[in-house]
Design a protein around this ligand. Structure first.
Ligand code: PLP
Length: 370
């Protein structure tokens, strides 16, 4: 725990217990500082899109200048357009400053200190961090690692539900392991009746599985999506959740009123949503490049896992020093990738030249593996 300033002993005794155990955000986001400090670095650590957004986004951002002095509407056109796309009422959609904000609000709607929340692992570390901030009792359910892919253990997830369980988180396709759940598997989890947060941030990259009909079937399913990946808008912070209107009404109460996404980001999201061709080309391009990265890594002898996202997970356990050392070795070669656990590194799919650079840099590092 970081000591408070001298003379602040009284304050230190007033901190909530979570403050003493929460890991630092600066540490978690250190890769962003690396990237900011070196424009030459190949940035494959954040699952961003390597391309700029659709051209219409540029015009939308220029137009946003005109309305920048006014507060955003609570029923912005983007909310209405998403509602139409999902075949739900506008009240069944909440748009926020990235899906992270809405995921956090959803967790806070259902979970407080001591409550049980089920979290498959490994998954996106932010779930764990936000649940830790709530002092939740996190029940981790491991995914099953096969030779070339990961899978959710749905029986184990269901077996971990108790009378005290408030919420389960599912991430499909899962970050960092890349595997998806089928509609039927998610339905089995939804049948438990507990709050089910389905993070579908990478669903654009796996169009064969559409989990969104579940929001029509189950009031306990809350689906989160983002414009940060396939729509190339990570820097503008645009995300949304879809779910039962009465449930989302509660979730919205956990957002600070009028203080979320701004007008420029809303307009940019609307313009990006309207350009389906641009979106589809990103999905196709990234899917093809992902397979090239995957087969290249495997040809080098790495255990790289099948992925339905815009990233590939690699088993770092044979490497001396494991994930951190592998990330450090890549950084020394000008490539930023991410350690997602002690034994997993994750590489975002970038441009073809970046894939080539990754494969070239990986080869000597793998040769050093035990
Ligand atoms: C699984 C998952 N969910 C949500 C997000 C965050 O999305 P947003 O940028 O919309 O907050 C990420 C970003 O990396 C992610 O990996």
């Amino acid at each position: 725990m970081t000591p408070l300033a001298r003379g602040a002993d009284r304050l230190s005794s007033l901190l909530v217990p979570a403050a003493g155990v929460l890991p630092s955000n600066a540490e978690y986001l250190r890769h962003l500082e690396h990237a900011a400090g070196d424009a030459e670095l190949i940035r494959l650590a954040s699952n961003e899109n390597s391309r700029p957004p659709a051209p219409a986004v540029r015009d939308a951002l220029a137009r946003a200048y005109e309305g920048a002095n006014r507060s955003p509407s609570s029923r912005p056109p983007l909310r209405l357009a998403l509602a139409e796309r999902f075949g739900v009422a506008p009240e069944s959609v909440l748009v926020g400053a990235g899906s992270t904000e809405l995921i956090d609000a959803t967790l806070r709607t259902f979970v407080r200190a001591g409550d049980e929340a089920i979290l498959p692992t490994p998954s996106w570390p932010v779930f764990r961090r936000r649940l830790a901030a709530l002092e939740a009792s996190v029940v981790e359910v491991p995914l099953v690692a096969g030779e070339s892919s990961y899978a959710y253990d749905v029986d184990a997830l269901l077996a971990s539900v108790t009378a005290g369980t408030k919420l389960m988180v599912l991430c499909s396709p899962n970050n960092p392991t890349g595997n998806s759940m089928s509609v039927e598997e998610v339905r089995r989890c939804a049948d438990t009746g507990i709050a089910l947060l389905v993070d579908a941030a990478y669903a654009d990259f796996h169009p064969d599985v559409n989990l969104s009909p579940l929001v029509h079937e189950y009031p306990n399913v809350i689906l989160s999506r983002t414009f940060s990946k396939a729509y190339c808008l990570a820097g503008l912070r645009v995300g949304y959740i879809v779910g039962d209107a009465s449930v989302l009404d509660y979730v919205e109460r956990f957002l600070v009123p009028g203080s979320s996404i701004g007008t420029a980001a809303l307009d940019a999201g609307l313009a990006a949503l309207a350009d389906d061709d641009y979106h589809d080309r990103q999905v196709e391009r990234i899917g093809a490049e992902r397979e090239r990265l995957l087969s290249g890594l495997r040809a080098l002898g790495a255990r790289a896992y099948d992925s339905h996202g815009n990233f590939v997970a690699v088993d770092a356990s044979p490497h001396p020093g494991r994930a951190d050392a592998l990330v450090g070795g890549m950084l020394a070669r000008g490539i930023l990738i991410r350690a997602m656990s002690d034994t997993i590194v994750r590489i975002t799919v970038g441009e073809p030249t970046e894939t080539d650079a990754v494969l070239e840099a990986f080869e000597p590092l793998l040769a050093a593996a035990v």
